[in-house]
Design a protein around this ligand. Structure first.
Ligand code: NAG
Ligand code: NAG
Length: 249
């Protein structure tokens, strides 16, 4: 009986040290990369190594001091061969975890966050496109594979003739009113548009080519002007309230 226990212990000890050697625990508690893989890692607990796998869609992040797996954009996998576990797609998601753009080049404003295979759809603020390279909502002209003109429904006019007189430079960007929303305008930068909203109580003044008090822009519909006036009144009364409260102190 004693013999069996001793050999079992010996076996355990050997296994432990083998695993340690294979895993290369650098610290008693910590993680280490697995050669050739970007999503497997060695977890060491009290010097005992165990190979683990990040959830599908995440990569092992050697630099993390907390949870060892991260989104691909945050992780630099330095393994020569970047072997990955096979994808576990669901009806919603290409992988269990991650952020994914939705739609085609003319619909770039939506993205999906996948968590345990469930997809949650998000909209970028109006006029912005999901940038898969930065995981942020961005100007559509900055997003690869986004057709900014189709997405925004605005085509930048062809650039005017360059004037050679006095070495005059063509403007780098041009301003254009929106044809259907007086509170919105477009800036064309290198012939690609960005949509800018002036804000609730402002509108684009085509004479100054700037956002202006809605009262100065007669082109807005009565509805929009009335809404703007309401917002201004609410702001004014809130400011008056703050002032009155300030006097009490
Ligand atoms: C490793 O973790 C265990 C339990 O979490 C702890 O008891 C032990 O002291 C740790 N070892 C080191 C070297 O931090
Ligand atoms: C109103 O619209 C006309 C026609 O588009 C334009 O010429 C004019 O500059 C606009 N006025 C302002 C204040 O934006």
């Amino acid at each position: 009986m004693a013999k069996i226990i001793i050999s079992a212990l010996l076996c355990l000890a050997m296994f432990g040290s083998l695993a340690q050697a294979a895993g290369g625990c650098r610290e008693a508690n910590g993680t280490a990369p697995v050669s050739g893989s970007c999503d497997a890692y060695i977890e060491c607990k009290n010097g005992v190594a165990e190979e683990k796998l990040c959830p599908d869609g995440l990569l092992y992040n050697e630099k993390s001091t907390g949870y060892p797996c991260g989104y691909p954009i945050d992780v630099e996998c330095t393994q020569a061969q970047s072997r990955l576990q096979s994808a576990q797609p669901t009806e919603d998601c290409p992988h269990q975890f991650g952020y994914y753009r939705m739609g085609d080049a003319s619909h770039c404003g939506q993205f999906m966050n996948c968590a345990s295979g469930r997809g949650y759809v998000f909209d970028c603020p109006e006029g912005l496109a999901w940038n898969a390279a930065t995981y942020k909502c961005d100007w559509p002209d900055q997003v690869e594979d986004c057709d900014a003109e189709a997405f925004l429904g605005f085509s930048c006019p062809a650039p005017g003739q360059k004037s050679d007189l006095l070495g005059e430079q063509e403007a780098d960007y041009t301003f254009h009113p929106s044809s259907d929303n007086c509170q919105v305008y477009f800036i064309c930068i290198e012939n690609r548009p960005r949509r800018i909203s002036c804000g609730e109580d402002q509108a684009f003044n085509q004479e100054t080519m700037q956002c202006d008090d809605i009262d100065n822009v007669p082109n807005c519909s009565n509805d929009i002007r009335a809404k703007g006036a309401e917002i201004k009144a609410a702001r004014a009364s809130a400011a008056a309230g703050r002032k009155a409260a300030g006097k009490l102190h």
